[in-house]
Design a protein around this ligand. Sequence first.
Ligand SMILES: NC(=O)NCCC(=O)O
Length: 391
Amino acid sequence: MTEFDLKNLNECLEEYLPTDKLKEVKRILYGLDEDQILDLPDDATDIAHKHGFEIKGYRFKAREEQIRKPRLVRVGAIQNSIVLPTTASIEDQRVAIWNKVKTMIKAAAAAGCNIVCTQEAWTMPFAFCTREKFPWCEFAEEAENGPTTKMLADLAKTYNMVIIHSILERDIEHGETIWNTAVVISNNGKYLGKHRKNHIPRVGDFNESTYYMEGDTFHPVFETEFGKIAINICYGRHHPQNWMMFGLNGAEIVFNPSATIGRLSEPLWGIEARNAAIANSYFTVPINRVGTETFPNEYTSGDGGKAHKEFGPFYGSSYVAAPDGSRTPSLSRDKDGLLVTELDLNLCRQIKDFWGFRMTQRLPLYAESFKKASEPDFKPQIIKESLKPNN
Ligand SMILES: NC(=O)NCCC(=O)O
């Protein structure tokens, strides 16, 4: 069996485990009950079947409260492969991906989604492994007035849906600088704002620092009609402080548009965003692309290994985690997919009240410690046994 013969972990469990054990395994693994599967309307599933992508639905419930009504919001996470070879023209590649994802957004609308999020750098192949500037930098576009934001703004308005999309941004007004940016479009079709990736990988073939700078937007939370949302872009999920700051700014759902490969990060994938949901009492939505992308020129990984033209395969496996630690099963490891999840945002406060993680967070303690740790004369607080003889 090779790395990618196993297409879907959940389906593998369903195929091989006896029914009584399967139910218990799923309860332990995901913390989900059977009644948390969300029936999706035929309009949505028909689009998915016709266009050959996976569609799955789940719901996270909260306790009924006396004063607040349930705050139900449906979230769509889209994972997809690129469409054309990386040698096709920039415009043709971008439009082909647009067309694929537009259909998936249509299905999300038919499934009643209020908020939809794409994967990282969704309009392009993840070419940052190559270290070549041309033609990949040509995929960069303006966050507010670029062609992709304009195209999605129409869809956001038509479908009354908040759309978050993650692109390579070119800041025309500030030295044509390039950033890795998530753009938020409101359900009125208006540009609401953007967040630039805070932490940039320098690991394996992820040579992203060749292309863009560390973000300068801090940790914005976007207050939308459907809840307070934020975006922690890909590698930022390895940094608990990054997740924490979105929580401190009041996020109820944090999306994590990503592009990552099995060899590097698959064992971490199910843990980090789930742990962030628990630690910060909000929902998290990690989304990863699928497929293998082949580039025209060979490149090396700087590890003494042979030159190669492929980065992937990206392993998909997008999921949603809730503040109580439960999570959905993952989408497949190799197929385009739309994950529809209904969240009751009341769960965020209910979990804060129950576990008290926010109240017991001791921010001033850590503020003081972080300040000390970031000074040049910082000395780690280590206590050792004294070598002096006892008198
Ligand atoms: N796109 C990106 O930041 N990838 C880094 C790999 C990882 O963090 O898994």
